[in-house]
Design a protein around this ligand. Structure first.
Ligand code: NDP
Length: 675
């Protein structure tokens, strides 16, 4: 019996009413599910997201949201079988599920880790350093990022019903924005099951996630400049959305990821018999057949040097011959079905267009694989275009199925021009063992791509492949690919936040950002700060040390003790000939060591460990006879996952006897917290 999909609006499951759309199985056309969004109050959904979801999320810190994401990923991971089972009717094989279901859950895990590691235990982010805007340092500025106060509308394509919603949800949730997700109708039953699990987990605060199965009605009319629309799908729909009056009028943030004629380039050095040639063939075949080629990152244009075109075509054909097309539950199956017969018709039409300029050299687009009649199965189709410079459609028609065109090129200059004819893509891959070719081609085509993979014998075995977007890397591309950007680590989170420059006095900015700035109050603590535990320390707490004179004997002792007898410390004449030094100078590491000797308080106490330095600069040479002293100030504090301790970041500045700064750095310690 068909599943009657429900919508999830204002924290309630709403059965569909009105005229339902029937969603056919990719395997045999039976109706898997029905859906409709008729009757939903889209304005109320938007308000609920903003007022309940947004408010709740913004009350949490990044670390609290990251912990929810991690728990959610774990919850889904234990229940993913149901998603695998449902995905079979979309035509997906178990190999495809690894990308869609496991890839989606993996993205949640990845953002949970980043949220903990790379974001503070705060509700805002301080981005970059402090800008000094006046001569005396009394007027400064910095940039902060805060979550937008609206809702993120996520509109997804049919091809990744799990990864698509999850890769958009994770960064938005971490940023602190509620989500209304709208899957493509063709595979909405998988996304609906995913959202059911997410809600069942009980981990999402109220109003955080809503689901629309069906059309979006007047949803977009309710959007303002605090909202974000993130879209994946066709160029035509993207254009429609971008031109929606409310989006234009209210400058609604719009991220699009759409058609992309991604390229793979076989380098001139990668002759038959080389590992790079074999990797190229393997990757082209993989990209044609995973998800039956219905991937926004799939290789559509395979550029090969003219001299080896025949070898490439033969090798790809031979590999394709081993790909069995079939039902996902058949253990021999290597490639499943397209999502629907309608989609297959669209792919066949695109192949007809491509074949005006290219010759089909493998596969029959119209063949019905025997025993699979009624489903949306088709053979992979390889085309060959000998003169791509004179062709047009091969660079602009995206056959969104198991289809690729081998295109011949003459010289690296030409291939750079040809790749750019795609007018912007998500990804290109380059198969060469020659660093000169790699650098020339990669830099030549980079402006047209969001990601470039250089694949060779050294990284082939470990590579994640051409077609896999990764949470830490930018996913998106210019021009035809939509001009958007998703993922890319924290970049993806910041799409849902507003960047604001804040100007004022160091005192005001330090108080606002919870981060000490030079010029802000730096009160000396009564007790040595190393006697204060994490919670007792306040931002700005400072110790100013006594001074210590550095002698020539100190320098020589340090040199012989450590083995660092570099001439600048040991040879007066050679040191003086150096443009930076007046003569022999103290080692930078000697200055750091003496600085530590000046500021530490030795007995056991709340400081558990020194675990690093950041932003270290030696600013002025220290000569024998100079006296150094240190100012050490608590710059920031960051709670660790473990409740027993937290990270303290200290601003350390070392001065000489005339008050000039000779070194500056940030010292990191782990400090105990009371039980
Ligand atoms: P569509 O652009 O038709 O649909 C994408 C999403 O947009 C779906 O959720 C769809 O919902 C929704 N949508 C459609 N019209 C509107 C509208 N007026 N307002 C708001 N939302 C709307 O793409 P498909 O998923 O159907 O794929 C079609 C083609 O797009 C593919 O054949 C391929 O060429 C290309 N594509 C490209 C991708 C890429 O990243 N390069 C990825 C996927 C597809 P509904 O399904 O309910 O209509």
């Amino acid at each position: 019996m068909a599943i009657a999909l429900e919508n999830y609006a204002q924290d309630r499951w709403v059965p569909h009413s009105g005229r339902a759309v029937e969603i056919p199985s990719a395997l045999d056309g039976h109706v898997v599910a029905t859906c409709s969004s008729d009757g939903l109050d889209f304005g109320a959904m938007v308000r609920h997201a903003r007022e309940v979801g947004g408010a709740g999320l913004r009350a949490m810190t990044f670390h609290e949201r990251a912990d929810r994401l991690r728990a959610l990923a774990g919850f889904l991971n234990e229940r993913k079988e149901v998603l695998y089972r449902l995905s079979a009717d979309t035509g997906a094989t178990m190999r495809d599920n690894a990308f869609d279901v496991d890839g989606g859950i993996g993205t949640l895990f990845a953002y949970a880790s980043r949220g903990r590691r790379e974001l503070p235990s705060e509700r805002f982010v301080v981005e970059g350093g402090v800008e000094t805007l006046s001569k005396c340092g009394g007027f400064v500025a910095t940039h902060i990022l805060t979550p937008l106060n609206g809702v993120a509308i996520h509109i997804n394509a049919f091809n990744f019903p799990c990864w698509g919603p999850l890769e958009k949800f994770a960064p938005a949730f971490l940023a602190g924005m509620p989500v209304i997700t709208k899957p493509a109708t063709a595979t909405a039953y998988v996304t609906e099951a995913l959202v059911r699990l997410m809600i069942e987990s009980g981990l999402l605060p109220k109003g955080t996630l809503q689901l629309i199965c069906g059309g979006v009605g007047d949803l977009l009319d309710h959007l303002t400049g605090q909202d974000v629309v993130s879209f994946t799908g066709s160029l035509e729909t993207s254009e429609k959305l971008r031109n929606h009056p409310a989006l234009g009028r209210n400058a609604v943030r719009y991220i699009a990821e759409r058609d992309s004629l991604n390229a793979a380039i076989l380098g001139p050095d990668a002759a038959p018999g080389t590992p790079e040639f074999d990797l190229f063939v393997k990757e082209v075949v993989r990209e044609m057949t995973v998800k039956a080629g219905q991937k926004c990152t799939a290789i559509r244009r395979a550029f090969v040097p003219r001299a080896v075109a025949g070898d490439v075509v033969e090798a790809v054909k031979a590999a394709l011959a081993g790909i069995k097309v079939g039902r996902p539950d058949d253990t021999d199956t290597r490639m499943g079905a397209l999502v629907s017969r309608t989609q297959r018709d669209a792919v066949r039409a695109a192949i007809r267009e491509l074949s005006r300029e290219a010759e089909i050299v493998s596969g029959d687009p119209d063949a019905e694989p025997p025993g699979l009649e009624g489903g949306a199965f088709m053979q992979p189709v390889l085309l060959r275009c000998d003169h791509p410079a004179e062709a047009k459609g091969v660079h602009t028609v995206e056959a969104f199925g198991p289809v690729a065109t081998v295109m011949l090129y003459d010289g690296t200059e030409k291939v750079i021009e040809l790749v750019a004819r795609g007018e912007g893509s998500l990804v290109a891959s380059l198969f060469t063992y020659d660093p000169e070719v790699a650098a020339k081609v990669a830099l030549g085509i980079a402006a047209f791509h969001g990601r470039i993979l250089i694949l060779d014998r050294d990284c082939g075995r470990e590579s994640t492949g051409h077609g896999s977007p990764l949470p830490g890397l930018v996913h998106g591309g210019p021009g035809r690919a939509g001009g958007g950007e998703e993922l890319g680590g924290l970049r993806g989170v910041f799409h849902y936040m507003q960047r604001t420059a804040i100007q004022g006095s160091p005192k005001q900015l330090a108080a606002l950002t919870h981060s000490w700035i030079k010029g802000a109050p730096a009160p000396a603590t009564e007790q040595h700060p190393f006697r204060l535990d994490y919670d007792q320390l306040r931002i700005g707490d400072t110790i100013k040390t006594a001074s210590r004179t550095i002698s020539l004997e100190d320098i020589e002792h340090f040199a012989h003790f450590t083995g660092d007898t570099f001439y600048a410390h040991m040879d007066e004449e050679a040191a003086a000939a150096n443009p930076f030094f007046p003569g022999r100078v103290a080692h930078g590491y000697l200055i750091l060591s003496f600085a530590a000797g000046l500021f530490v308080d030795p007995p056991p106490g709340p400081v558990l460990a020194n675990y690093g330095l950041d932003n270290l600069r030696f600013l002025k040479p220290v000569s024998p006879g100079d006296a150094i002293r240190v100012r050490l100030t608590v710059k920031a504090k960051n709670a660790a996952r473990q409740p027993e301790y937290g990270e303290v970041r200290w601003d350390a500045e070392v001065f000489n006897q005339t008050g000039d700064t000779v070194a500056r750095y940030e010292l990191l310690t782990m400090n105990a917290r009371p039980a």
